[in-house]
Design a protein around this ligand. Structure first.
Ligand code: HEC
Length: 137
């Protein structure tokens, strides 16, 4: 009878502990999820100027590779209509002619290019979000 009580006690202790660790596990995974999702959020719109320029430069470098043939005025292959939208030869000012309506067009065109790394896509995404925010000021 005594050993039966002991077994019962051990059983309940195990149950309580596993239940507690379950609860702890759940809260940990929620915490992790929160951290991840906040990392995925766009940078705050009041991001400093250097953040904008850094991401703008990464974007320009990537677009020179993939879009330069038509969007670089110095190249013989350039298209005047494409230059009106943006000219990658304008150095840091390459994006000044871009309107908010053009921004989704950039996002769409880079989406399915495996040569563009996820880090570069992230930088372009940040640039587009900040550019959109700036244009609405
Ligand atoms: C073969 C030439 C060519 C290439 C390469 C090219 N473009 Fe263009 N692009 C044009 C022309 C011409 C226009 C203007 C006519 C039009 O609106 O389609 C244009 C317009 C655009 C527009 C404005 C219209 C819209 O959809 O919002 C965006 C944005 C754009 N291009 C982004 C890009 C990006 C990003 C790349 C590279 C991934 C790229 N283009 C590569 C020729 C090109």
């Amino acid at each position: 009878m005594f050993s039966y009580t002991k077994i019962l006690l051990v059983f309940f202790t195990t149950l309580v502990f596993s239940a507690r660790s379950c609860v702890r596990d759940t809260s940990t995974s929620y915490a992790k999820k929160d951290v991840t999702s906040s990392e995925e959020k766009p940078r705050p719109v009041n991001a400093d100027k250097s953040t904008f320029e850094e991401n703008s430069e990464i974007t320009r470098a990537v677009l020179i590779t993939h879009c330069g043939s038509c969007h670089q005025s110095s190249l013989d292959t350039h298209k005047p209509e494409a230059i009106k939208i943006f000219d990658l030869d304008m150095a840091a000012n390459w994006h000044t002619s871009l309107s908010v309506e053009n921004l989704p067009g950039i996002a769409d065109r880079i989406k399915n290019k495996p040569a563009i790394t996820s880090q570069q896509k992230e930088a372009i995404d940040t640039f587009l979000k900040l550019k959109e925010w700036q244009s609405k000021q």
